[in-house]
Design a binder for this molecule. Structure first.
Ligand SMILES: Cc1cc2nc3c(=O)[nH]c(=O)nc-3n(C[C@H](O)[C@H](O)[C@H](O)COP(=O)(O)OP(=O)(O)OC[C@H]3O[C@@H](n4cnc5c(N)ncnc54)[C@H](O)[C@@H]3O)c2cc1C
Length: 365
């Protein structure tokens, strides 16, 4: 629970809050400030938290990352995505030659990888391994940052071996961008076609057949990241509405004195309290080394659905001004919507949670 932090964890929370207040909030509305944020984040000791110790990072625990993400998002500052350095993702412990050719560049920020997992049912991504060459055919339909990446970590089902994550350079013959598109929050994606794309077998990360657990580890980490941002943003929304309710409406009545408004306001607080409790409990379970796949699913589904309701209620209570283009609630409404789909659609991962208990006897209440 956020109340049970150690002194050093409370200090970390203070550092993140101060960083958001002093370094990020003043940048709102300014042209691209990512380089400034990265330098400031390095100086504050936040940047390296997501990077492995073997490459000079501090490799923070799940609870520490959660504390920082929650604290940053609670002020809803710009450039939250530039605070942490690039992590290894599916390239973690990849070994050579991928470590020198790709991982080091990713961690230094000189190379960008994208994640190719989702595919159209009609065009699954299939690989054929012959000697030391792997040939890939199929499509990936929703690759965030794919249009500007140097390579795509691609989930490929290899005949006779099973799923593998494979590093495919963007300029490999046969790999083409079918479409570039933006989604509701303005983020950029690409769809790819793999037509007889051939790579060396040493581009397979780990062993053929081990792709799914590797991909799921990255997806699990990202689910907790999303949940932590949702929780912080719920806190921001509630603070925003609290201030709004302290004012008077046009008939001179204090907005927060209306019982109907108080009921809606309490619902926001009740749900945010539950989501925040769940988040910190899940982070602690992860740090204990126990399997937390089911808890991360529960946390992601609850936090993403709750933040949607909280933002929606905040807009309703603030009124039409909240929908004026450029209002932070209007922007949040668009931003939080994608999280109920990205890293697993809510209902699809609900089914995984049910399977976790009914077939595998895993998961806590
Ligand atoms: C902003 C954003 C960024 C993304 N980035 C990436 C990325 O970088 N890399 C990547 O690989 N993918 C990415 N995705 C894709 C994302 O992972 C998928 O959109 C998500 O997994 C859902 O898959 P789908 O879109 O194919 O929908 P579908 O799987 O077709 O599901 C659509 C809906 O159908 C229903 N449904 C489907 N199956 C079932 C079932 N068995 N039972 C009950 N209901 C069901 C649910 O209501 C579900 O929401 C991104 C998506 C978004 C929105």
């Amino acid at each position: 629970m956020p109340e049970l932090l150690t002194e050093s964890e409370r200090n970390l929370e203070d550092t993140a809050t101060q960083f958001a207040r002093e370094q990020l909030l003043p940048l709102a509305g300014l042209a691209d400030q990512r380089a400034t944020v990265i330098e400031a984040s390095k100086a504050a000791g936040l940047f390296a938290m997501t990077q492995p110790k073997s490459h000079g990072g501090t490799e923070a625990h799940a609870l520490e990352l959660t504390i920082v993400r929650d604290a940053l998002a609670a002020l809803n500052p710009p450039y939250m995505d530039a605070v942490f350095g690039p992590g290894p993702g599916v390239l973690a412990n990849c070994g050579e030659p991928l470590a020198s050719k790709y991982l080091e560049g990713v961690l230094r920020g000189t190379k960008r990888g994208a994640f190719g997992f989702t595919e159209p049912d009609s065009h699954p991504t299939i690989g054929t391994l012959e000697g030391d060459r792997l040939t890939i055919n199929g499509r990936k339909s929703y690759v965030t940052g794919g249009g500007s990446a140097d390579f795509v970590n691609t989930l490929v089902r290899i005949d006779g071996h099973g799923p593998a994550m494979v590093v495919v350079d963007i300029d490999t013959p046969g790999l083409s961008v079918l479409e570039r598109f933006s989604s509701l929050d303005g983020s950029k994606h690409a769809a790819f076609e793999y037509a007889n794309v051939t790579v060396d077998a040493d581009h397979i990360i780990g062993k053929p057949g081990e792709g799914m657990p590797r991909a799921m580890r990255q997806i699990g980490d990202t689910r907790l990241l999303i949940a932590a941002q949702c929780v912080g943003l719920m806190r921001w929304c509630i603070d925003h509405v609290t201030q709004h309710l302290a004012g008077t409406d046009r008939s001179g009545v204090k907005r927060g004195d209306k019982e109907g408004v108080r009921l809606r306001y309490s619902d926001m607080r009740i749900e945010a309290y539950a989501a925040r409790s769940m988040l910190y409990r899940t982070a602690r379970i992860i740090d204990s080394g126990e399997n937390a796949v089911n808890e991360s699913i529960a946390c992601k589904v609850f936090a993403t659905e709750t933040v949607g309701r909280v933002v929606d209620t905040a807009i309703q209570l603030v009124g039409g001004n909240a929908l004026v283009a450029g209002h932070p609630l209007e922007e949040l409404y668009r931003r939080v919507r994608s999280w109920r789909l990205a890293e697993g659609a809510s209902d699809v991962i609900r089914l995984n949670l049910a399977r976790g208990k009914l077939e595998l006897d895993k998961g806590r209440i």
